[in-house]
Ligand binder design. Structure first.
Ligand code: PMP
Ligand code: GLU
Length: 395
């Protein structure tokens, strides 16, 4: 008997987490798996952040926190938005949550009704589409290709808008393509949105600091977009704090208030020790984490060289985040190691089972021609993985 709800029956398992679990399982069986599936920095959390957490435990922080986060943390977030993004948010416009994933879930549930449409430039991060569907709203995918560096143009946005469109949701730097919308590109999208005041923008900026482009700009910096944009960020990536689970938003106060109400009925405030540690993380100058960003930059060069050496792979040059998203469709219809490769999912399985390298199928990101390879891994693992991939593909 299946007593599960229709919405859970419809929900797909997160492909990134599923691949990571599968890789872990195979490793436990003794297989020498190289994990390039999960977007998780291989660095440990910086010492000064760990120290702040230890101090918080010793100072007896243990109680429920305010649902929207400690005031001191919200002040640090306020300063961070001002310093890094030239954005002014009042404290009642900031909400701290258990990871940016919860921030995004809150925002979707605070805004969307069944039947609403949400524009997702494709490829998008795995969880967007499923979170939208959980609310009963409908994801509207706008396909982009390598030729436009996987970015949606103003014309494409305009075409996708209907009277039912309630939200535009993207990440920049983008997971999985690494693309970054420039100020000019965001301004041209905003000009389209000006004509449709009912559309809220969700700008996921969790890869903000992992940016090699030399430019950065947020939708909320455009005056007429500020009161209809939710800026999402967190510490998982740049501070190597994935397991600490802290994310946050800057939003119009009515949206922030709704997210707090929702969170208050579901999880309460985020973990108290993690919140104290994040104050130290955000108050520190960005120089403190520069060593990790520098390494990601070196690895990007390495992995792009290696991708270019694989026959039949083609990739854009990611400007940020820590993924490459090569198109592997030249292998579709071919037989390799006794398997017929129909799509990116078969291809990713081939790499897992024959090369012992874990990647994620692009299908989960709305692009069935590509696979996502994370370079948040050591240089030696990246080199070893590509040696194995090449061997399997040229066998
Ligand atoms: N947005 C994007 C684009 C991501 O890649 C991730 C990865 N985890 C998240 C949000 C969620 O991050 P968090 O760990 O803060 O929940
Ligand atoms: N965001 C990371 C990724 O895309 C972590 C996994 C997840 O939260 O789904 O791999």
């Amino acid at each position: 008997m299946n007593q599960l709800s229709d919405q859970v029956n419809r929900l797909q398992t997160s492909a990134t987490l599923a691949m990571a679990a599968k890789a872990r399982e195979l490793k436990a069986e003794g297989k020498d798996i190289i994990g390039l599936s999960l977007g998780e920095p291989d660095f440990t959390t910086p010492e000064f952040i760990k120290k702040a957490a230890i101090e918080a435990i010793e100072a007896d922080y243990h109680s429920y926190t305010p649902v929207d986060g400690y005031k001191e943390l919200k002040e640090s977030i306020q300063k961070k938005f001002k310093r890094d993004n030239q954005l002014d948010y009042n404290l009642d416009q900031i909400v701290v949550s258990t990871g940016a994933k919860q921030s995004l879930y809150n925002v979707a549930n605070a805004i969307l009704n069944p039947g609403d449409e949400v524009i997702l430039p494709c490829p998008y991060w795995v969880s967007y589409s499923d979170i939208v569907q959980l609310t009963g709203a409908k994801p509207v995918e706008v396909t982009t290709t390598i030729d436009s560096d996987f970015k949606m143009s103003a014309e494409e946005l305009e075409k996708a808008i209907t009277p039912k469109t309630k939200m535009l949701w993207y990440s920049s730097p983008c997971n999985p393509s690494g693309s970054i919308y420039s100020e000019e590109e965001l301004r041209s999208l905003a000009e389209v949105l000006k004509k449709h005041p009912q559309i809220i923008v969700v700008s996921d900026e969790i890869y903000e600091h992992i940016n090699f482009s030399g430019h950065k700009f947020s939708m909320a910096q455009i005056d007429f977009m500020k009161d209809r944009t939710v800026t999402v960020n967190g510490v998982s990536k740049a501070f190597s704090m994935t397991g600490w689970r802290i994310g946050f938003i800057g939003a119009p106060s009515y949206i922030a208030k709704a997210c707090t109400k929702l969170q208050g009925q579901v999880t309460s405030g985020a973990n108290c020790i993690a919140q104290r540690a994040v104050i130290a993380a955000l108050d520190a100058p960005v120089d403190e984490i520069q060593y990790m960003i520098d390494r990601f930059k070196e690895r990007r060069k390495l992995i792009l060289d290696l991708v270019n050496q694989i026959p039949g792979f083609s990739s854009n040059v990611p400007e940020g985040a820590f993924y490459v998203f090569p198109n592997v469709s030249s292998y579709f219809g071919k037989e390799i190691k006794g398997r017929t490769i129909k799509d990116a999912s078969d291809f990713s399985m081939l790499l897992l089972e024959e090369a012992n390298v874990a990647t994620v199928t692009g299908k989960a990101f709305g692009n069935p021609d590509c696979i996502r390879i994370s370079y948040a891994a050591s240089e030696s693992d990246i080199k070893k993985a590509f040696k194995r991939i090449k061997e399997v593909l040229t066998s």
